[in-house]
Design a protein around this ligand. Sequence first.
Ligand SMILES: Cc1cc2nc3c(=O)[nH]c(=O)nc-3n(C[C@H](O)[C@H](O)[C@H](O)COP(=O)(O)OP(=O)(O)OC[C@H]3O[C@@H](n4cnc5c(N)ncnc54)[C@H](O)[C@@H]3O)c2cc1C
Length: 246
Amino acid sequence: MSHPTDRQYHFDTQVVRITQLTPRMRRITVNCPELAVFHVENGPNIKLYFALPGGGRTSRTYTVRHFRRDALELDVDFLLHEPDGAASHWARHAQPGDTLAIMGPRAPLDLAGEQQLLLLADLCALPAASALLESLPADTCGHALLAVPAEDEIIALQHPAGIAVQWVVNPAVDALLPALAALPASQWQDAYLWAAAESGVVKAIRAHFIAAGRSSRARTRLVGYWKQGLAEHEYHDLRHVEMDET
Ligand SMILES: Cc1cc2nc3c(=O)[nH]c(=O)nc-3n(C[C@H](O)[C@H](O)[C@H](O)COP(=O)(O)OP(=O)(O)OC[C@H]3O[C@@H](n4cnc5c(N)ncnc54)[C@H](O)[C@@H]3O)c2cc1C
């Protein structure tokens, strides 16, 4: 058996509960006895496996929104985006008792020692942003820009009082960019920079940071969570080249 932090670690889970959180976000809760060895809590990445219509399977990257050790239950929040893909299609039609193969988790991001944070996320990155915000030390300060396509996607968040949360209600894929441009660089120049959104948007975010003098990739985690017009398996290798994801 490989170590629980190893990417090769596999779980064959079963769906126990489905909760429609908002019009576009569906929480799927899974469990299996083997999750007893799962030693991280909320926020790390996992790979999920889905059957392909012609045979074989494909993987997608998601976030452990919550892990409840007492119940050996794990929540994954799926954006039901259109056009559909293997993962969102599965989440749209999932029923209790369905199986879900999981590999992971990756080690969660450790921001211990960071006092200031600028966080940017679109709707599919909201599970990761929510888990990150609630894990921060109470004295962390900074800004979170969270883009949602409509007001009915705004959710309650736990975050340090010193983090100003700004909801950007705008269905445009690049809704984060004008919100970032309106934020004076003096407010984030020294902050740890975290962004997760569509690939082209993340590239534009990086360009904005570079133009403001943050050219090093140190103390940044900028990751394209998806790419317009491409399925994840078509985009995966490119993402590793483009982004800070390790
Ligand atoms: C580290 C990491 C963590 C992630 N965590 C989550 C999570 O917790 N919840 C979550 O919902 N997503 C999460 N994502 C994003 C998710 O992996 C992608 O959206 C993925 O492409 C979805 O797979 P799919 O099979 O549904 O669609 P795919 O087959 O990959 O794509 C099919 C079509 O849908 C489009 N598409 C894909 N994603 C989106 C989107 N977000 N918005 C609009 N159109 C899209 C594609 O451009 C393509 O045209 C995460 C990504 C990463 C890298």
